[in-house]
Design a protein around this ligand. Structure first.
Ligand SMILES: *Cc1c(COP(=O)(O)O)cnc(C)c1O
Length: 374
């Protein structure tokens, strides 16, 4: 591929240190699912674990847990995604914990000779995974003979990132407390956890024993609302540092005459003579097709170059009429900084009417990733 991703080890470690401090005394679980939020699982693992030793890592698939083991990771792993029952024993062999949050899965698990350790998931308001908290006393009774296989009680917030007003989260916390009480009553002393990035930043009372931090480990705020909420209660923002830059190079440049069309569908028509650069990146590589014609641009020589015409499968065209001496091979920034200009993943997400989570996780896994020391 003629584009590449650069990862800043320094930024990653600084973010980790921030969350270590913010979460303390809770344990910190970097969530590195979905190819480490598109950053590259292998590279992020290497960059992180060459410097720090996380007690926990969170992934989505059992296969990702196996990969982490193949890299030599010895700590605890939690698979946060739904695990097919046919993979439970595979999870146990990878020493990966799984969530159990419905009776059907619980029945299967109870009958297995080789059991992965579990975190009981309760649904406090997300309607995704989890038992109703009211069911807990009975479930804990069933689980009594398997005490040593139960590691945690967990839940997940539905509405922290998208709002400044956190009353729904507080309702969920109350439901979670109900679950924690059931543990006490059953005399079960296990880890409890509910917080992801936004709630780790905003709701100290939601930290409990483990914080599960995904997007912000990579230096990004979960949303503008989270930023604003944070500033309402703190003097200044935590200095999160984006870890990822996405770069390419100019494939060729060409002159376009007034009246010429650019790209499929002739959606762009040159109103004057222009110079454009063709870039070897399109939606296959992960640049959202919908982003063109919405104020979107790339950076070349520290200057904004608007995307013109539709984004193709493996190419896009940008206007370089205002620049001189751009040539084949010149460096192009798709996400990241060049000079005084920055395009962050959130901005690209806004152009594409989506969130930075989606932009990042859609970066093609085949794009080469390089870890830089700084
Ligand atoms: C993805 C995920 C997280 C991390 O969420 P961020 O908003 O990226 O911090 C935490 N917990 C669970 C269960 C998840 O699925």
């Amino acid at each position: 591929m003629r584009c590449w991703i650069e990862l800043s080890r320094k930024a990653l470690i600084e973010n980790y240190r921030i969350f270590e401090r913010v979460s303390s005394p809770s344990e910190l679980m970097p969530v590195i699912k979905s190819n480490a939020y598109g950053h590259g699982l292998k590279e992020v693992y290497a960059a992180l674990c060459s410097v720090v030793a996380p007690t926990w890592l969170g992934v989505n698939y059992v296969e990702e847990a196996e990969e982490l083991r193949s890299f030599g990771y010895q700590g605890s792993i939690l698979v946060v995604g739904p695990v097919p029952q046919s993979l439970y024993e595979q999870a146990a062999r990878a020493r990966a914990d799984i969530f159990i949050g419905d009776l059907f899965s619980l029945e299967t698990w109870l009958q297995l000779p080789l059991k992965p350790k579990i975190h009981i998931k309760i649904d406090t308001g997300m309607s995704r995974q989890g038992f109703e908290p009211e069911m807990l006393p009975k479930i804990l009774e069933t689980l009594k003979p398997f005490k040593s296989d139960i590691v945690g009680l967990a839940s997940h917030f539905a509405n922290v990132e998208d709002v400044v007003e956190l009353s729904y989260a507080h309702k969920q916390l109350e439901r979670f407390e109900q679950g924690r009480k059931a543990l006490d009553t059953a005399g079960l002393h296990i880890k409890t956890h509910i917080a992801s990035s936004a709630s780790t930043l905003l709701l100290e009372q939601a930290h409990f024993n483990i914080t599960r931090v995904g997007i912000s480990m990579f230096g990004l705020w979960p949303s503008q609302a989270t930023r604003l909420s944070y500033l309402q209660t703190h003097d200044k923002l935590e200095n999160l540092k984006p870890v990822l830059s996405w770069l390419t190079e100019v494939a060729l440049t060409k002159t376009v005459r007034e009246g010429d069309c650019i790209g499929y569908g002739c959606t762009y028509k040159a109103m004057k003579d222009m110079t454009i650069a063709v870039l070897p990146v399109g939606y296959y590589e992960g640049y959202p097709r919908i982003a063109s014609g919405r104020g979107s641009y790339v950076l070349i020589k520290g200057k904004r170059c608007p995307i013109v015409g539709r984004i193709c499968m493996n190419m896009m065209m940008v206007d370089i009429s205002h620049l001189s001496k751009v040539q084949t091979g010149d460096r192009v920034t798709l996400i990241g900084s060049d000079g005084s200009e920055t395009i962050d993943a959130e901005t690209l997400g806004a152009w594409a009417e989506t969130i930075h989570y989606e932009v990042l996780t859609c970066l093609n896994p085949r794009i080469p990733r390089k870890v830089l020391d700084d």
